[in-house]
Design a protein around this ligand. Structure first.
Ligand code: SF4
Length: 333
């Protein structure tokens, strides 16, 4: 059995930066360190951070009581997906020292939404209503309208047009939305508001991983995606792979299964037998650490250590390493 990796997979620069910032704070602080909500959507990484003393504060919920009283210099790290300005203000009022690990690309999206709202645009946000990034951006653009798919886009656009036919409109994407979904939403909105300003704010890391998995699906007989089930970009990778494999089935009758695992131990036996699939492809969401991807590959290959894994390691930090210097100075590409 061959095992191949997608050409781009795993940690994106924004997630790596956020994890590095949290580890840096945990290593250097004598005070308590909290993340505002889960730092990223990967349970293994959250466990690792917890073991280093980084606690999670659910700032929007009653669980707030778990972190009070705040001692002087206790740190609140804003997650990679960002938070609303109101939440940030509330944290400051409570006495936290804020460390902002919002991905610079998400921050750019927040500023864009703010500028558009302040200049009279009605902003549509294409993404998941309950995703932290979308909730955070909404805080910067009061009155923005979240649409999750083309059907919602049509309903919301018609309702807005009925009230304000001459309103200026703009569309911003959640950075991790699938390109196909964004295209469908933008084309739908244009049928109602032909002059809508379409802002291409999908992160290149998302595009690269989606392109890579399309190519992987063509080469593999089965595909494993490693990542958190509550990770939006991991779920989008799953959706892209399923759609490519469904199209292959319709065209040739060849069935290529696609599965999502959070850990290697979840890999089903049919993938491990070595006789069912000739080539298995591996991809991973942008919040999946390197060691989980390695573990999946090791398990598929049926050996404890990847031959030559050291030599093949990419020039990047392992998930739980701490860089010299302050990682807040690092920026995603
Ligand atoms: S996917 Fe892109 S926008 Fe999202 S955290 Fe990673 S680098 Fe930032």
């Amino acid at each position: 059995m061959n095992v191949i990796r997608a050409s781009v997979l795993g940690y994106c620069a924004g997630v790596r930066r956020a994890v590095d910032i949290a580890l840096h704070e945990a290593a250097s602080a004598s005070h308590k360190v909290y993340t505002v909500g889960p730092l990223i959507h990967n349970p293994a990484v959250l466990e690792r951070l917890k073991s280093r003393g980084v606690m999670v504060s659910e700032e929007e919920s009653e669980a707030d009581t778990a972190v009070t009283p705040v001692r002087q210099d206790d740190v609140a790290i804003i997650r990679a997906h960002g938070i609303t300005p109101k939440s940030e203000e509330r944290l400051r009022e409570r006495g936290f020292r804020i460390t902002d690990a919002t991905c610079p690309k998400v921050k750019k999206n927040q500023m864009l939404a703010k500028e558009l709202a302040e200049t009279g645009y009605r902003v549509f946000l294409a993404g998941e209503k309950l995703h932290e990034e979308i909730i955070g951006i909404q805080g910067y653009a009061p009155g923005s309208i979240v649409v999750e798919d083309a059907i919602q886009a049509m309903q919301s656009a018609r309702a807005l047009y009925a009230e304000q036919p001459a309103v200026k409109t703009a569309l911003i994407a959640q950075t991790t939305i699938s390109i196909d979904d964004y295209t469908a939403i933008s084309e739908t909105l244009q049928t109602v508001f032909p002059a809508i300003m379409i802002c291409n704010t999908i992160c290149s890391a998302t595009r690269e991983r989606q392109d890579a998995i399309r190519s992987l699906c063509k080469k593999a007989d089965a595909v494993i995606i490693a990542g958190g089930r509550n990770s939006a970009n991991t779920r989008h990778l799953l959706a892209v792979a399923e759609s490519v494999c469904a199209a292959a089935y319709a065209a040739s009758g060849v069935c290529k299964p696609v599965i999502l695992v959070e850990h290697a131990r979840e890999i089903p036996s049919s993938f491990l037998e070595g006789t069912v699939y000739k080539t298995i492809g591996i991809s991973a969401g942008a919040s999946t650490p390197d060691d989980i991807i390695d573990e999946v590959e090791r398990t598929l290959r049926g050996c404890r250590r990847l031959p030559g894994s050291r030599r093949r390691a990419r020039p990047r930090q392992p998930a739980d390493s701490t860089r010299q210097g302050d990682p807040r100075n690092a920026h995603p590409k």
